[in-house]
Structures are given as C-alpha cells and as structure tokens.
Design a protein around this ligand. Structure first.
Ligand code: ADP
Ligand code: ASP
Ligand code: MG
Length: 447
C-alpha cells in the first residue's frame, strides 16, 4: 500500500470552507495517512495571517504583560472557522482560553508563534476524526538550534508506525532545552518533508494555492509557464533565491530518502501540479531555463588590490572579519585583482557596514573599496544552461535591450545558474526581460 504525507499551507486553510475542501482531498485517497498543517493564512490580500497575529500577541505581552487585545482577533478567526465547519461541539473556547493563558505564562516568541499550527491541527484532526499528534513529540532541534535528525527520525518512525492516520502541526518542534522552537517562516514545508522522510513515504504532497512551481513569481509575470517536473537541485536554487512556494530547506529531508515532492493546488486538485524529483529520475525538458527567482536588498562590497591573487590568505582574512562580526555572505564572486562580497543589507544597518569596511581595511589593506547598496539578485536556473552555448549571451543581451544595468555577475560552479546583481528599482523589469527571452522568444530569434 502506497503512503503519502500531505502538507496543507496556510493559503489552503484560511477559512472553514477551505479547510473542508482540504479534508475532502485528504479523504479522497487512502494513501494520504499523515497530514501536516499550517496555521490559517490570508483569506484575501489585505488579510492577516494567524502567525503574524501571534507575533503581535507576543509583542503585546512583552509590553503589557497581557495579550488580550491581539488574542481577541485570533479568537474571532478560530471561532468563525469552527462555526463555518459546524463544529460547535469541538469546545474551541476552552482550547483558546488555555492557549491564551499559556502564551502569557511562557513569554516565548517561538511558543506563541507555534500556536496557530497547534490549534489548526487539533481542529482538523477532530474534523477528520483522526488522531492529533503534537509535533513537539516528533521533531527535535539540537543545542545549536538545528534540526536533530538522529533524534527525530527514529521517534517519528516508531510513533507513526503505531498509528493509522494522524494530523500533525507544522512549523515547530522541541528544542534541546525542552521548550518549543519554530523553523523560520514558511517552515511547515520543512515539517512535512521531515515527516515524509521519517515514515519512509512514497510521496510528499505539498498542497498550496497555485497549480505548481511556476517559471517565475506570478505576482511579477502574469500566468507564467508551469513546470511539469524539476530536479531537487533546481528547486533548491530557485526557492533559496526567493521562489517562496516551497521553503528552501524543505528539500533536504526528502532528498536523502529519494522521495518525490508533488506541489498541488487545493483549489484545482485535478491539476497534475509540479513533480520535484531526485536528479537520477530527472527527465530533461526542452527548456534551457527552468525558472527565474530573485530577492531584493543586498549590499555589495567590491575590494580591489593589485596582485591579490598571489597574496596567500587574502580571502581568509576578509572572511574572518565577517566571522568576527557574525555576518554570513550570500556570494563571493572574484577576479584576478578583485573580490566582492554580497551581503543582505539588513545585517549591515546601524553602523555595521562602516565598521566592517574599517576592519577589512585593517586586515588586508585593499587599494580600493567600493560599496553598492540597494542591489537585487536575480537567478536564472536550469540544467539545460550548461549544455547550451550562448545562454549567457542571450541573458545579457535581453537585459541590455531592456536598458538594465548589470552591477554584478556570478555564475555558480554547478553551471546550473547565473546570478545577476541589479538595482532594486530594476528588479521586476529584470525578471520580466529574462522571462520574455527564455519563455516567449523562440531560440535564435531576435528579441
Ligand atoms: P502556502 O500557504 O501553501 O505555504 P505560500 O504563500 O507560502 O503558500 O506559497 C505560495 C505562493 O508562492 C503563491 O501563491 C505565489 O504567489 C508565490 N510564488 C512565488 N514564486 C512562485 C513560483 N515560482 N511558483 C509558484 N508560486 C510562486
Ligand atoms: N505559519 C507559519 C508562517 O506563516 C509557517 C508556515 O505557514 O509554513 O510562516
Ligand atoms: Mg508557504
């Protein structure tokens, strides 16, 4: 008998009607035995996600010692979900009272944020008539705050082997100190992947509000092409670079277990969606480029020094300055006499940038330091790029025709992607120009 783990995102569970729709999907296939759920998301674009409302609760609690005002809004959302589902007998008021008290007692941001998934999973378990299993019993983090696979997988396998069906909240687990810890935002995708690996599922279904992984963000290009199949590697590059339909870390657990991911649309369940496959099963598509993704708000530090290449330890000394300041870097393109550091701008606010430059000057005495701020990165990704001569010429040609100034180029050593740095203001135009070139212009044609 096949075994499928499904994860439903907040966009699929925003109100009672959508929750009922998700429950029908679950019941529609007996292979779907374990369901991981997010907290209710937005019902319309100006709406608030339950998780954001919970972070507001935490802030209110820190300021006033009570979260009454913010929690009242959460209470209203869950009460109306219960009414829409006709589940008045569930006793939501008592569960909400208990949750509000626990939030006020614990005073922990992670605990508070996790309650959206906790409440939703309890509700959906009751709706399906399935067992609720708390993620705090299944998913563990180590002392450094990283997912502890050695501890979690045996527990997941043993606990779920003893169970026919279960609903499990996403987004959180138990830290090394025994307290609730969350993944980063969007982390229920990671929880679903961990459960799929832990039970040795045949498939990880990720149910969301789009019919699969699209060639680029549908908020930038209207109706972009859908990808039928992509490889784990392409997914990792695209999701890391901002294609946030799936959390960038969600691929690691399933990749190790060779479990395919199927991205499916809760609102069009018959659409085949996108299949994300281990590279060994990867079937080449005719496209050179699989997808385009990007992120704004980076700072680039250009360092230039004659004969840098022969100065042993140059890069190490620069990187040790970053390490001392506890700042990670995104990319580090280098030339013969130049080295650039691409860093998220949020790490450099409040005088950190100036201090970093002084320390780099002391450490390696560069001839020249230049800073570029408000930079966006756009990655063009695809296995087909390595084998097709002239891909970069087409990419740069398209950007030049669109009048976009390229401030930095980084071609990953995997030849799976080319990343360009451009001004934040050019971001959307850049994505559209690349999309036009590779998805709307036949190869060889003059754009
Ligand atoms: P969920 O609530 O199911 O976790 P998310 O909101 O996290 O869903 O992710 C789905 C959204 O991701 C889509 O509604 C879409 O706007 C956005 N998105 C951004 N880039 C892409 C892409 N390349 N393909 C599909 N969706 C994308
Ligand atoms: N509810 C969490 C968030 O909004 C986790 C998730 O939805 O995946 O980030
Ligand atoms: Mg998500």
């Amino acid at each position: 008998m096949r075994l499928t783990v499904c994860k439903f995102g907040g966009s699929s569970l925003a109100d009672g009607n959508n929750i009922a729709r998700a429950a029908d999907i679950v019941k529609g296939d007996p292979a779907r035995r374990f369901v991981v759920v997010s907290a209710p998301g937005k019902r319309f674009s100006a709406d608030e996600k339950i998780t954001d409302m919970l972070y507001a609760c935490y802030r209110e609690c820190e300021a006033d010692g009570s979260c009454a005002a913010s929690f009242a809004k959460i209470r209203k959302r869950f009460t109306s979900i219960v009414a829409e589902l006709g589940m008045e007998g569930f006793g939501i008021e008592g569960v909400l009272d208990e949750t509000e008290r626990a939030i006020e007692q614990k005073r922990s941001a992670d605990f508070t944020a996790s309650r959206g998934e906790y409440l939703n999973a309890r509700l959906i378990a009751a709706l399906l008539g399935w067992e609720f299993i708390d993620a705090s019993e299944l998913i563990f983090f180590d002392k450094r705050g990283a997912f502890d696979e050695a501890r979690s997988y045996p527990v997941i396998a043993a606990r779920l082997a003893a169970c026919e069906h279960a609903v499990i909240p996403g987004f959180y687990g138990t830290g090394a100190d025994g307290e609730i810890r969350t993944f980063s935002r969007g982390g229920s995708d990671v929880s679903g992947s961990i459960i799929a690996r832990g039970v040795g599922a045949d498939l990880y279904e990720n149910w969301t509000d789009v019919s699969g992984f699209l060639a680029c963000d549908p908020r930038i290009v209207s109706k972009p092409q859908k990808m039928e199949k992509i490889s784990y590697k392409e997914l990792r590059e695209l999701s890391y670079m901002g294609a946030n339909v799936l959390h960038a870390d969600s691929i690691f657990p399933v990749r190790k277990g060779n479990i395919p991911i199927n991205i499916k649309n809760t609102f069009a369940p018959d659409d085949p969606g996108t299949l994300i496959l281990p590279s060994v099963h990867y079937v080449k598509t005719h496209n050179i480029v699989t997808g385009i993704a990007g992120k704004k708000d980076f700072t680039v530090l250009f360092l230039e020094k004659s004969m840098m290449n022969s100065e042993v330890g140059f890069a190490r000394r620069v990187l040790s300055v970053l390490e001392k300041e506890n700042i990670g870097f995104e990319h580090m393109p280098s030339g013969i006499d130049t080295l650039s550091l691409v860093i998220e701008s949020r790490y450099l606010a409040g005088g950190v940038l100036e201090r970093l430059i002084d320390e780099i000057r002391d450490a390696v005495a560069p001839d020249y330091v230049r800073v570029l701020e408000n930079i966006a990165l756009v990655a063009t990704v695809g296995h087909g790029m390595a084998s097709n001569v002239g891909t970069s010429a087409r990419l740069f040609g398209a950007l030049s025709q669109a009048g976009i100034n390229i401030r930095m180029i980084d071609q990953g050593s995997s030849e799976l992607n080319i990343i360009v740095g451009i001004d934040n203001a050019d971001y959307e135009r850049c994505v559209r120009a690349i999309y036009r070139e590779f998805f709307e212009t036949p190869a060889g044609a003059d754009a």
